[in-house]
Write a protein of this length. Structure first.
Length: 484
């Protein structure tokens, strides 16, 4: 079996993979089993002279090799905060209105990717399988190809792919597409993402779908497939809350757990809860919304705005409905220990996961996994979270429709135990089948099969065609296209 080489913006602490959860557990597992290598930024911001550095610091952790480089402060500002988080993050989440298309960001983004490629090149072996992660690193594969690397290189995008017209608004969209075309396999979270990417490649850069389902673009042939990210289910199952469940407690908790990000739909969630209280006075004093929202990317301006908006909104709703002995919204702007999170999920009757747009949303899966199967809570899930494509037994809502969300809170609170159990059983089955280890295995198997000229096992082109049809788009495939 060939060695696995991972590249991502940050590397996680492999000694604490269990605490990090999500994809890190699966990645740590595969790295140690296949004596892999992981290259990324070490989280440090150094001098300008670091920009010349292509020799990473290397440590061995549990059979894997971790190679890291620092960024200079200019690189941190233009590559990380700038192009990655002020251009690609908002545009890929369909928020052109907050994107900051500043001159110089893209150039530095490219330079950092080039430097990381140069740092990786001497560490590579001829049969390594290379797996590049996320929007910070789109050009990395092409930079490796320019250095003569012919290995299988796959790329996985953890965030959504926007509709073609939105993608086209990025001034450097052609360069990004050229970067994507350097990979043998591009993995995305959902079938809709596959369809959006194929649309864009056809509309924006004259991509052509081949007979075997691959896409030909810029003289290269690439496969695109969906590999929905999962969780490590067992780290959530079986933990029953002791801390929070006091027999005498009479309030029912709705829980929200989201990084404080403008894509998470937090103002809409607060408004919907306020509207619910307005429409249902009988429920006042009987329910609370606990929203845990740890800080993130606080040096990006749009994040300062959302923080102020939420503080004002929670204050307004608490001021309007609160009593001396009841505060309707508990808003906590801090990180919470993972163990506590599992307990709070298990203690909450409704999981309110209502992002305006989200690549997958692991909180939705974690909430379901933490429920008591005999008396499970109800998941309220945005139709615009990638997770909604799999989690059809949740109560699916439109996060822009405050009225609908307010009414759905009532439906969830009043759902009988039989229906809750049935929905929970189906959701948990799906989460178990598509857990984080299955995600990792299926991406790597697909990438390695491409080298052996076998089709990917992820959601293939056919799924993309169906998704396009479901969206009412004309299919880009000719009728005789052989499916993957
Ligand atoms: P995103 O990747 O956009 O942040 P996800 O829902 O996919 O969204 O993943 C978020 C992860 O961060 C989840 O595993 C969740 O448990 C964790 N998390 C979110 N909020 C907190 C918090 N307040 N404290 C600790 N962990 C959190």
């Amino acid at each position: 079996m060939s060695r696995i080489v991972l590249v991502s913006n940050r590397v996680a602490d492999l000694n604490k993979a269990g605490q990090a959860g999500g994809v890190v557990i699966a990645i740590a597992d595969v790295l140690s089993k296949r004596r892999g290598l992981w290259l990324g930024w070490n989280g440090k911001i150094g001098e300008k002279s670091e920009e010349q550095r292509t020799k990473p610091d290397i440590v061995e952790v549990g059979g894997a090799t971790v190679a890291t480089l620092p960024l200079s402060s200019r690189e941190y500002k233009d590559y990380y905060l700038g192009y990655a988080n002020d251009v690609l993050w908002p545009v890929f989440h369909s928020r052109l209105d907050v994107a900051q298309f500043e001159a110089g960001y893209y150039q530095r983004y490219l330079e950092v990717n080039r430097r990381f490629a140069r740092a990786l090149h001497p560490l590579l072996k001829p049969d390594d399988t290379i797996w590049v992660h996320d929007y910070h690193m789109i050009p990395l594969g092409l930079e490796l190809r320019k250095l003569g690397v012919e290995n299988s290189i796959g790329f996985f995008l953890h965030i959504p792919v926007p509709p073609s017209q939105t993608f086209l608004a990025i001034p450097e969209h052609r360069e990004l597409a050229r970067g994507l075309a350097a990979y043998d396999l591009v993995g995305v979270q959902t079938k809709v993402d596959v369809a959006n990417l194929i649309d864009y490649l056809q509309d924006g850069v004259l991509g052509r779908i081949l007979q075997d389902g691959r896409i030909r673009v810029f003289d290269r042939e690439m496969s695109i497939a969906a590999f929905p990210v999962g969780i490590d289910v067992d780290s959530f199952v079986g933990s029953r809350p002791k801390v929070l469940r006091e027999p005498a407690r009479s309030v029912t908790r709705l829980i929200g757990v989201d990084r404080l990000d403008y894509t998470k739909g937090l103002p809409q969630k607060f408004r919907a809860f306020g509207r619910f209280l307005e429409k249902n006075p009988d429920y006042r004093r009987k329910v609370i919304l606990s929203q845990l929202a740890p800080p993130t990317r606080e040096s990006v301006l749009a994040y300062v705005d959302i923080r102020h908006e939420l503080e004002t909104l929670s204050g307004t709703i608490n001021g309007k409905f609160g009593e001396l002995d009841w505060v309707p919204i508990h808003y906590i702007h801090r990180s919470t220990p993972r163990k506590m999170l599992v307990d709070v999920f298990g203690d909450s009757r409704i999981g309110v996961v209502t992002p305006l747009r989200d690549g997958m949303n692991l909180v939705a899966k974690e909430y379901v996994a933490a429920q008591d199967p005999e008396d499970p809570g109800v998941l309220m899930l945005s139709r615009f979270a990638g997770a909604a494509e799999q989690m059809k037994e949740a109560l699916i809502v439109n996060p822009y429709d405050v009225e609908e969300m307010a009414d759905t809170i009532k439906i969830a609170l009043e759902m009988d135990v039989e229906e809750r159990r049935e929905r929970h059983r189906a959701l948990l089955d799906g989460i178990r089948t598509h857990d984080t280890f299955a995600w990792c295995r299926s991406f790597l198997t697909s990438l390695e099969n491409i080298r052996r000229r076998r089709p990917p096992t992820g959601e293939p082109f056919e799924a993309a065609r169906k998704a396009r049809e479901a969206k009412g788009l004309a299919s880009g495939a000719s009728r005789h296209t052989r499916l993957l």
